[in-house]
Design a protein around this ligand. Structure first.
Ligand code: Z5A
Ligand code: MG
Length: 212
């Protein structure tokens, strides 16, 4: 096994439709890793705490209107402003559990009708996740979970389009987990996937960049 102290942490991303359980699973995962003695941190995008993040937040709550291209670039800028910190943390051995990332960015904007290649372009050069766990649920089942709030994208027809674009983005770094299982079962599967991924990183797996 690799030397924990000298090895980097893993970049783990959770993706999935609204109400697929990303935020619940991300926090459980961080607690689990900490219990295992693996240093981990919870991250989320959008990061609403920055200036850019506040613009995104008022757009999502319909407090402000923005052109589709403009908001796309703001979401991307919100990841870019965190890139160097992300890299530094990974290099000091922290594993980052990230709630949504570039795949949300591309899937949501493409679902509005923007060209998918145009949507991917500003994400090029961001750190590539070591693993993307896709919490798989149909838009109908997700809507039944209730709690669709007033935010802009929380509509069934739109979520169906988002699901189609997620399918297009699926690549070798993806692991698909059935998000309709009981929460504890999803949790167990995630733990296995993430422990394997952390081990790979300790053994020297190199960081790479999107999209590869
Ligand atoms: N967006 C974008 O357009 N471009 C970008 O680049 C990025 C994002 C990064 C805000 O995201 C919006 O921004 C989002 C995408 C867009 N669109 N919308 N709408 P957000 O991350 O802030 O969204 P959120 O408000 O945190 O919610 P969410 O992500 O939609 O939900 P979730 O995190 O996947 O689910 P949850 O909160 O963990 O669980 C939802 C409910 O289901 C809750 O009551 C749970 O108790 C229940 N649940 C969870 N798992 C289960 C299981 N297994 N069984 C039964 N019930 C469950
Ligand atoms: Mg969430």
């Amino acid at each position: 096994a690799g030397n924990k102290k000298e090895s980097r942490g893993a970049l783990v991303v959770l993706e999935g439709l609204d109400r697929s359980g990303k935020s619940s699973q991300c926090s459980r995962l961080v607690s689990f890793l900490e219990e295992q003695g693996i240093s981990a941190e919870l991250w989320r995008f959008p990061d609403r705490t920055t200036n850019v993040g506040q613009m995104i937040s008022s757009y999502l709550t319909n407090t402000s209107q923005l052109d589709d291209h403009t908001i796309h670039l703001l979401f991307s800028a919100n990841r870019w402003e965190k890139r160097s910190l992300m890299e530094a943390k990974l290099k000091t051995g922290k594993t980052l559990i990230v709630d949504r990332y570039s795949y949300s960015g591309v899937a949501f904007s493409s679902a509005k009708g923007l060209d998918i290649e145009w949507c991917k372009a500003p994400e090029i050069g961001l750190l590539a996740p070591d693993v993307v766990v896709y919490l798989d649920i149909s838009p109908e089942k997700a809507a039944e979970r209730g709690g669709y709030g007033g935010e802009r994208y929380e509509k069934l027809e739109f979520q169906k389009k988002v699901a189609d674009f997620y399918k297009v983005l699926h690549d070798v770094s993806w692991k698909v987990v059935d998000a309709c299982q009981p929460m504890e079962d999803v949790e167990k599967q995630l733990q296995g996937i993430v422990l394997d991924c952390v081990t790979e990183c300790w053994k020297g797996k190199l960081l790479s960049t999107l999209w590869s």
